[in-house]
Ligand binder design. Sequence first.
Ligand code: AMP
Length: 434
Amino acid sequence: MPFTTLGLPAALLRGVRAAGYQTPTPIQQKAIPLVLAGHDVIGAAETGSGKTAAFVLPILARLLEGRPSLRALVLVPTRELAAQVETAARDLARYTHLRCGVVYGGVRIEPQERQLRGEGVDLLVATPGRLLDLHGRQSVAFEDIEVLVLDEADRMVDMGFAPDLRRILRLLPDDRQTLMFSATMPPDLNRVATEALSEPVRVDLAPPSRPAAGITQAVYPVARHLKTDLLDEILRRTSMGSVIVFTRTKHGADRLARQLARRGHGVAALHGNRTQGQRERALRDLKRGRTPILVATDIASRGIDVVDITHVINYDVPHAPEDYVHRIGRTARADNTGDAFTLMSPEERRDLEAIERFLGMSIVRVQIPDFDYHARVASEPREPREGPGRGPHAEGGRAAPAARPAPPPAPPAVAHGRRLKRQALLERRNRRRI
Ligand code: AMP
């Protein structure tokens, strides 16, 4: 199915061509017509599926009709994702007059205020906390908002943004259109969704439990104290381009980055304690191939959109199977292929088995020939270390979720009998648009 059949205006189709997209991804095929028709949509999709364009394109199409004003709001959990979504929106809107903007915390608020108060934007991508700050300072007004997107909504709830989301929802016009994209539907999010969406249509994609087909996965069993040595060996012996190594904690990420740097690897760390400047530099250097290895926490596992990541390495086995899928989803994006390696100590075997149950497959165990698996000590003095679990430094404030053998239940589908009510709602919305 070509993009031209989706009902998008010519200026956006030019933007799509310029972005190099040939055919719409499955989420784009399903979601774009629904969003264009004014429906509220729940998209069970994650980063890598093409979901950004799936909501940005029909929103831009809507914004092309009507007067300039802040009419579309996209809420995202992290600064990286905010910057990425805005770049995608700007790219796709390049042949239109529409203005896109982005606001997030961790940087000065004044330039953001100047942009919002000065030239203004039609579509704003924002992290919830900074958006509320700006609203409190009367630098942004919501009365013209027609479309709201909650992107990576499960992550926003995980990160404790549910109260901020509720506060923002109360400030927005009731008759807006709401789109929610989320790989999972935890109970807290279900509650927010009930408040936020009106008669949503659900768009299901490949379940989040299935990693992209191009990813080759392997598990490297190893004693905990030898993990850095083994990682060093893997990095030396395997031909790699850009690599993301995941750790559970911020301190673990910093420590590992230091250890790898001491062994001569080009490496940077990315996590929530880094300043915005440091985070941007780390991603830029990875993208340009200047620093081939990025050590990151889970907070960075969503949203990072770096083409050509050849390897994802889990230094720790993630507690939650969904985190595993998100981490390894950083490789094999779009049509690429990639490898995902997981270093597993004996203490982590149960977590790994939970992941395998979640995936419905077992992952091959691999050994490196000539590596001394029985060494009593690591090859360099160890630094003091945290316990194996999610300590006080764990990111996102999440409690360790229980392993789940199956994906969470889907929210209820739209009942047949409600169609008339929905039709009336759509007509009301579409009248507002004209
Ligand atoms: P997303 O899931 O929105 O983070 O997108 C993942 C990646 O796929 C991004 O690098 C997009 O530029 C790319 N992408 C999105 N839609 C398409 C498409 N229709 N064809 C090819 N690549 C796409």
